[in-house]
Design a protein around this ligand. Structure first.
Ligand code: PRX
Length: 650
């Protein structure tokens, strides 16, 4: 990626904001209590906090201590009686063009009815429930209903398979799963309920399953366990929102880490609510009558924060889209923008690159003039894609808001901030830190990196959106994120700060891959491969991919006696069944052995280097006391293996 680029022609976004941003940012660091006290007032509270930030139990930072609030109240009740009562909260659309408009008052009624249903089913404050739904209105309804009664929800991305669901349900002890009779993707029926049935066989805590009738496909209902969603709803119900403590958990969202199974990131109520709402305003400066389209999936943090909580709390109208951006035709995304006159589009670099490949005639044949601001998230955006987005989609009129953040950060942390006005923009840079965010880049000597020097990105002080903790993984929380000498929050990303103070995010420094913006651990893919039952050993790494950012390369050793001919397809199918399509490697190479240290650790870095025909680099650090000769031998063996594998056809 080119690091320096012409700051022009983005000057138009530059002034007069610089001064205002600088002033706001400075205030946020110099007088944080005052700054975040004001930020807190963007929400309605039943009772105010005693203290803005309690650092006494670091690294468990607690915001708005003893404040009481409910985010369902903030998202719904306070709009449903005012001028937003009949305003659209969601415009739901699918690939076929079916449309459903749900007003704030309509959403309020749905959420109240479903809250009552949850209570009737015995769900109480603090209980955990899982949500495994396609992108339909019932998904935010379920999340908000849980939030209303204080149940902690975990949304499981609807592309995951049975084992992935079971892993998450077991980790958080979910008592209920809310799902649908199916979903659609690229015109294809996805049997969600069947997957849930298989998952439940691997769990012990699930007592009830609530099934939304979405596709009308027949599904097997288990007597006494499975209930139709529509049978549980009574029109017009009111459920008094629970007065949640600011630091009560709101949801758990599983994400990939460096080691082992996905970890459950626990977000709280007050700090999280304040952060997502303020950051949306700061970064995108949305207006009351905007149509906001966060084209992400609710199964990821982007959807939690910027499809559900922040836009609803701000009273915006969102597009909720169930489908692919290039199906049934490559102009699907542009059609939706033009049809609904979308003002702000927020999507991923992968989507932009994929749509760019179809050529300019698709966006050109639609009126995209409603667009005012464009955003991106999830992975670094290469300057060419940035430029195309800016020129061809935004007609060189719309600023690009490249938001850098993570599941753990709750909301944006580095991003242009149109709401507090600054620029210029540089294609490929997420620009400057948002208020309260105090980044530092450390080089390999453990010193603060100089301008232009690559290093690891840390955030020096806590901010309200920072997760509360990891579910069942206290040790990991402390060591992975705060285990460094200074006890700064470690992002896991490489970054550079240029001479103007702009941040360039360069990708993960750990064993985490970013495949089409999805966060996937190499170990997760290896586990998924091993789950097929035919593989003895697996080693996985990522390689650059023009559209997806990265693709997954895997080398596997089959168990003895496994039939070689049918194995690659069979492995892919089994991974799909168990974990879902996300974890299927793009390349599966069958080899006789993998390079390993004496203690049996698979040397992914070395495999990657050998695969890319590069020198493996320093191997002396691989295993203390291990014989380098043995390791070298193992690498040579792998190199020879590679020669026998047809890399092009796997
Ligand atoms: O590597 C960074 C990348 O995505 C990671 C976080 O992934 P996840 O928790 O799934 O959250 C994605 C949605 C916020 C980060 O560690 N990342 C995210 N946004 C950007 C990015 N990399 C570069 N530029 C971004 N704007």
């Amino acid at each position: 990626m080119k690091k320096e680029s012409n700051p022009l022609p983005f000057d138009s976004f530059m002034n007069p904001g610089v001064g205002r941003y600088a002033k706001t940012y400075k205030e946020s660091l110099e007088t944080p209590d005052k700054f975040f006290e004001e930020a807190g007032f963007l929400l309605d509270w039943y009772s105010k906090w005693d203290k803005v930030l309690d650092k006494s139990k670091e690294p468990y930072y607690r915001w708005y201590v003893n404040g009481k609030l409910n985010l369902s109240y903030n998202a719904l009740d306070r709009h449903s009686s005012g001028s937003r009562r009949n305003k659209a909260a969601f415009i739901w659309v699918n690939e076929k063009g079916d449309e459903k408009i749900v007003t704030y008052n309509g959403l309020y009624n749905r959420v109240n009815s479903f809250s009552r249903a949850l209570l009737d089913m015995g769900i109480r404050k603090g209980d955990r429930i899982a949500i495994y739904l396609p992108m339909i209105i019932e998904e935010p309804v379920a999340m908000l209903a849980a939030a209303r009664i204080g149940a902690v929800f975990t949304v499981i991305f609807s592309g995951f398979g049975a084992e992935a669901i079971a892993e998450r349900v077991n980790d958080c002890g979910a008592k209920m799963i809310i799902t649908a009779d199916g979903g659609y993707r690229r015109g294809k029926f996805i049997p969600l309920k069947e997957t849930v049935d298989r998952a439940i066989e691997l769990t012990t805590t699930v007592e009830t399953v609530i099934v939304v009738k979405h596709t009308n496909h027949e599904t097997n209902m288990v007597e006494g366990r499975d209930y139709w969603y529509h049978d549980l709803l009574e029109v017009k119900n009111y459920v008094e929102p629970e007065r949640m403590d600011s630091n009560d958990p709101l949801f758990i969202l599983y994400t990939s880490g460096t080691t082992g199974k996905p970890k459950g990131v626990v977000h709280g109520t007050g700090g999280y609510g304040v952060w997502v709402t303020n950051t949306l305003k700061w970064a995108f400066d949305p207006k009351e009558n905007d149509r906001w389209w966060c084209a992400a999936d609710i199964g990821w943090i982007t959807g939690h924060s910027y499809i559900v909580f922040a836009p609803l709390i701000l009273g915006l109208t969102s597009i909720l889209y169930e489908g692919s951006f290039d199906y049934p035709s490559p102009d699907q995304m542009w059609k939706i923008i033009s049809y609904y006159e979308v003002d702000i589009l927020y999507t991923s670099p992968t989507a932009i690159r994929a749509l760019m490949k179809y050529g300019d005639e698709y966006p050109r044949s639609h009126d995209l003039s409603s667009l005012r601001v464009l955003g991106t998230v999830g992975e670094p955006i290469n300057p060419a894609a940035w430029q195309w987005y800016y020129e061809r989609i935004g007609s060189s009129q719309c600023p690009i808001v490249d938001t850098y953040w993570q599941t753990e950060t709750g909301g944006f942390v580095v991003s242009p901030a149109l709401g507090i006005g600054y620029g210029p923009l540089k294609p490929g840079s997420a620009t400057l830190p948002l208020p309260g965010i105090d980044p530092v880049i450390m080089n390999s000597d453990g010193k603060e990196a100089k301008a232009g020097e690559k290093g690891l990105l840390y955030l020096k002080r806590p901010w309200p959106g920072l997760m509360l903790e990891l579910n069942n993984a206290d040790e990991k929380y402390r060591t992975m994120y705060f285990g460094n000498a200074k006890k700064y929050y470690f992002t896991g990303d490489y970054a550079i700060k240029d001479k103007d103070g702009f941040y360039w995010l360069l990708g993960r420094a750990d064993e985490v891959l970013k495949i089409s913006g999805h966060r996937i651990g190499t170990i997760e893919v290896e586990d998924a491969l091993l789950s097929t039952g035919v593989i003895a050993e697996a080693g996985v790494f990522g390689k650059p991919h023009q559209i997806k950012g990265e693709s997954i390369v895997s080398f596997v050793v089959l168990k003895s006696g496994v039939n070689l001919d049918s194995s690659v397809e069979a492995i892919k199918n089994k991974v799909r069944d168990n974990f879902g399509p996300l974890l299927i490697p793009d390349e599966i190479h069958i080899v006789g052995s993998l390079p390993k240290t004496r203690s049996g650790k698979i040397m992914r870095r070395i495999m990657k280097a050998v695969y890319q025909n590069q020198v493996p680099g320093d191997i002396s650090t691989l295993e203390s006391g291990a014989s380098l000769e043995e390791i070298k031998e193992s690498i040579e063996k792998f190199r020879k293996e590679l020669k026998t594998v047809d890399l092009a056809h796997s």
